[in-house]
Design a binder for this molecule. Structure first.
Ligand code: ZN
Length: 464
C-alpha cells in the first residue's frame, strides 16, 4: 500500500512537505518552512510526525525556503539519508540554507536584546551550523534522468520554469508483482515566457498529481510587466524618490535585474543607482550565469553577444551590514531591491521602516503576498505597519506588479495540464489559499478530473 500525508502546503502556500510511504519506505517530498501568519509559523516548531531517522530519502523541488527551509531542523533531529535535487538547486541550497540559519540566529539575538519575545531567552529555530550539516547529504540529478532509490522508488526531475533549478518531481512507485504508480508533483509551476529560464515541461501521464494552486483563481493581468516596471521607475526618478522592491533574493531579484538591464539597453529608463541589498543575492546571481543548462534562448543570445544580462548600469550589490547602512546615506533617486519578498523579515525591513513614512517613496511588490505577511497588509491599505516592535506610518505609494510572478496563473496551469494524455486518477490541489484551491478543484471537476483538496496532516491511501 502507498500513502501520502500532507505535512504542509495544504490549505496554504507555504510549508511544502509531503510524506510518501511505499512498501515500508518513507520518502519526504519537499521540507519547507511555514511563513506568514503566526499560527502557521508556529508549526515550524512542531515535532516531525515520524522520527526523522526513519526517513529513507528527501526529495526537493526547488531551493525556495518554503520548500527547503525545514531541512536543517530535520537533520539536527536525526535525519541521516540523502537529499535529492537538481544541480542548480544544490548550489542554491549552499547559499539559502546557511543564510536561513543565520537569519534565525539573528532574529533570536535581536529578540533577546530588544526583549520582543515572550520566550526568555528566545532560541533560533536552527543555526547556520545546522544548515551546513545538510549540504554534504545533497545528491544532484540532472533533468530527465531517473534516480533509483531502494524499494522500488524512482525519482525523475523535469523543468518547472519557476526559478533556477526548479523541478516538477516524478516519483515512480513499483513492486515485483507489476504494481506501478506514478506520482507527479508540479512543484511551483513557473510561467511561460519568463526571463532567463525555459518554460515548464509538458508531462503526459500521472496516476496521482499534486498540483500547485497559488494563483488558481486569478489571471496575471499585466500584459507587459517590463513596460510597467519602466513606467514606475521613470515616475520615481522624476519625483527624485526611492523605489523599494521587496524581492526573493533568488529568482525574482535576478528577473528584476534582467528586466532593468533590458529597459536600459532599450533606452526606456535613465541610468539610476540600483542597490541589491542582500548577501544572498550577491552569492546567488553568479550561479544564474554559471548554470547554462538552465538558460532559455534569449539568455543564451545575450551571453553569446558578450552582454552581461544580470548587471544593469550603476548596480551595486551590498553584502556587509556596514555597506547596507551606507544605502541610507545615498541620495535619491534610487532603486533598492532587498529580501524578503513578502517583507516577512530580512534587510528589506530596515529600508521599509526608513521609506514607508516618506510620500516620495514607492514600495513595489512583485510576488505573491501570503495572508498575514506585511506585504499583504500593505497591499490591503494598512496605514501603519509593525516593524521591529515599532508602528511605522505608511505614506509611501504601494504598488504591485503581478506579471512578475514566478507562479503560473490559472490559464498557464490549464495550458500545462492540457499536456496530459489522460486525466490522472486523482489530483490533489495543494500550495494555495482557500479560494484558489476551491476554484482549481471545481475547474478540474468541470473538465471531468477527479480533484480533491487535502487537509493539513491528512493521510490518504494512494491506491484507494
Ligand atoms: Zn517557489
Amino acid at each position: 500500500m502507498a500513502t501520502i500525508q500532507f505535512l504542509g502546503a495544504a490549505g496554504t502556500v507555504t510549508g511544502s512537505a509531503f510524506l510518501v510511504e511505499h512498501e515500508g519506505r518513507r520518502v519526504l517530498l519537499d521540507c519547507g518552512l511555514f511563513q506568514g501568519e503566526k499560527a502557521l509559523r508556529r508549526r515550524n516548531w512542531d515535532p516531525f510526525p515520524v522520527p526523522p531517522s526513519s526517513l529513507d530519502a528527501v526529495i526537493l523541488s526547488h531551493a525556495h525556503i518554503d520548500h527547503s527551509g525545514g531541512l536543517p531542523r530535520l537533520v539536527r533531529q536525526g535525519y541521516k539519508g540523502p537529499i535529492y535535487t537538481t544541480p542548480a538547486t544544490r548550489d542554491l541550497l549552499a547559499i539559502v540554507l546557511p543564510d536561513s540559519g543565520r537569519l534565525h540566529e539573528e532574529e533570536a539575538a535581536d529578540a533577546n536584546r530588544m526583549r520582543w519575545s515572550k520566550h526568555a531567552p528566545a532560541l533560533p529555530l536552527y543555526t547556520e551550523e545546522d544548515a551546513l550539516r545538510c549540504l554534504p547529504k545533497i545528491e544532484a540529478a540532472r533533468y530527465g534522468v531517473p534516480t533509483h532509490l531502494h524499494g522500488g522508488i524512482d525519482v525523475t526531475f523535469h523543468r518547472a520554469g519557476h526559478i533556477l533549478g526548479s523541478a516538477i518531481v516524478q516519483i515512480d512507485l513499483s513492486r515485483k508483482d507489476g504494481y506501478r504508480h506514478t506520482l507527479v508533483f508540479s512543484g511551483d509551476l513557473g510561467r511561460f515566457g519568463m526571463p532567463i529560464i525555459p518554460d515548464p515541461e509538458p508531462i503526459e501521464r500521472a496516476t496521482t498529481l499534486l498540483l500547485e494552486c497559488t494563483y488558481g483563481d486569478q489571471s496575471h493581468e499585466d500584459p507587459d510587466p517590463r513596460a510597467e516596471l519602466g513606467a514606475i521607475v521613470r515616475e520615481v526618478i522624476e519625483r527624485r524618490g526611492v523605489l523599494v522592491i521587496p524581492a526573493f533574493a533568488i529568482g525574482r531579484t535576478q528577473d528584476l535585474l534582467f528586466h532593468l538591464r533590458q529597459l536600459q539597453l532599450a533606452g526606456a529608463i535613465p541610468t539610476v543607482s540600483i542597490f541589491v541589498d542582500s548577501p544572498m543575492a550577491c552569492d546567488a546571481t553568479p550561479l544564474f550565469l554559471l548554470h547554462r543548462e538552465e538558460h532559455d534562448a534569449e539568455m543564451n543570445r545575450m551571453l553569446s553577444s558578450g552582454l552581461d544580462p544580470l548587471t544593469p548600469r550603476r548596480v551595486e550589490f551590498t553584502r556587509g551590514v556596514q555597506e547596507s547602512r551606507g544605502i541610507a546615506a545615498a541620495h535619491p533617486p534610487m532603486i533598492i531591491i532587498s529580501a524578503a519578498g513578502m517583507a516577512t523579515g530580512g534587510r528589506v525591513l530596515h529600508h521599509l521602516s526608513r521609506w514607508l513614512p516618506n510620500p516620495k517613496a514607492t514600495v513595489l511588490f512583485v510576488g505573491y503576498q501570503a495572508g498575514g505577511s506585511r506585504g499583504r497588509k500593505l497591499l490591503e491599505g494598512a496605514r501603519t505597519i509593525r516593524i521591529h516592535g515599532r508602528d511605522v506610518p505608511v505614506n509611501a505609494r504601494i504598488r504591485a506588479l503581478r506579471g512578475f510572478s514566478a507562479h503560473a496563473d490559472r490559464d498557464e496551469v490549464d495550458r500545462w495540464l492540457s499536456s496530459f494524455g489522460s486525466p490522472p486518477r486523482r489530483t490533489f490541489c495543494v500550495h494555495g489559499e482557500g479560494p484558489a484551491l476551491e476554484a482549481t478543484r471545481s475547474r478540474l471537476e468541470a473538465r471531468g478530473w477527479n480533484a480533491y483538496v487535502p487537509a493539513y496532516m491528512e493521510t490518504v491511501d494512494l491506491d484507494g
